[in-house]
Design a protein around this ligand. Sequence first.
Ligand SMILES: [Zn+2]
Length: 372
Amino acid sequence: MALEGRALWREAPGETPVWVDGTWTWEDGRLHRVTGPGEGRDRDEAVPACWIVPGMVDVHCHIGIGPSGPVGREEQERQALADRDSGVLAVRDCGVPVDDSWVQGRPDLPVLVRSGRHIARPKRYTRGLAVELEDPGDLPGEVLRQARAGDGWVKLVGDWIDRAGGAESDLDPLWPREILRDAVAAAHEEGARVAVHCFSHRVVDDLLEAGVDDIEHGTGMDDDQMAEAAARGVMVTPTLVQVELFGSFADQAGRRYPRYAATMRAMHRERRAHAERLFGSGVWILPGMDAGGYQPHGELARELALWSRAGMSPDRILAHATWRARDALRVDSLQEGARADLLVLDSDPTADPGALARPRAVVLGGRVVVGG
Ligand SMILES: [Zn+2]
């Protein structure tokens, strides 16, 4: 199998990939650039036969959660196949209540980076999904347990409605700042990174102070916090498709919890301007659509369309949805000897971000799983 076209290629990990015209092959699932006499030119004048980019990534992709909670292996497989067929070839599960590690034994399914179970407190997350700690002081120990069970990531619930407040209930942090700091330190000592669910403004300073690695949703971040996250290299997964639902979350809770509903409505109203500020802040943006609970699998293109609407340029969308996200998960992009996990596109994705939504072919570990 040889593929001729313009690939987003780099010579070594850590480099910024550049477009290179040429011919590529793979053997035992590993990529090889064919160069010969007259080849090896960078970026020919002629329109290439195709554009070749690294597989997309979804870093917030719950393989194992369905609309009504945990799902079995058959449904997990359907979810993983839907992701794969859409061109998502690496996923981080970002917290699941089931053992999805079997996916890693299946070469026809996306590369899976596991985060173990969500860690929350009783009644402070969607029922039935998280490990619930009665004593918040147990957080560092539980973080260590989940870090050892996963693949280098731990997922915490950082804030949630505290219904104990009755009509005054609002989004509130789950963990005292010192405990959070100890828990993040425990994860880092174990070589794991920490992703945290975070809707509200008031929890963000705690997360930044504690040294978390990745903020999920981040709808409450103000400009100072965005600047601080950018300076510290904290990644943010904005899950804009999920934020689109904040109005309906508010409607459901409105009668009993008017204050919480008002908080959610305000963030929903501000969502587009907020995303524009986030994208302009220099923060490392990650692609994630929170598939599993409210969102179907295999529709990352909808998230990228919202990025585009919030003003992110096509070349940035391409970078953040592919190689930069693969770097974040420490998964190879296109280079000599890397896994052949790639998308073949009919048009230039730096001109049209929609090109990513309809790959001509999807190649996973050297096997053509979509297209010819
Ligand atoms: Zn989630």
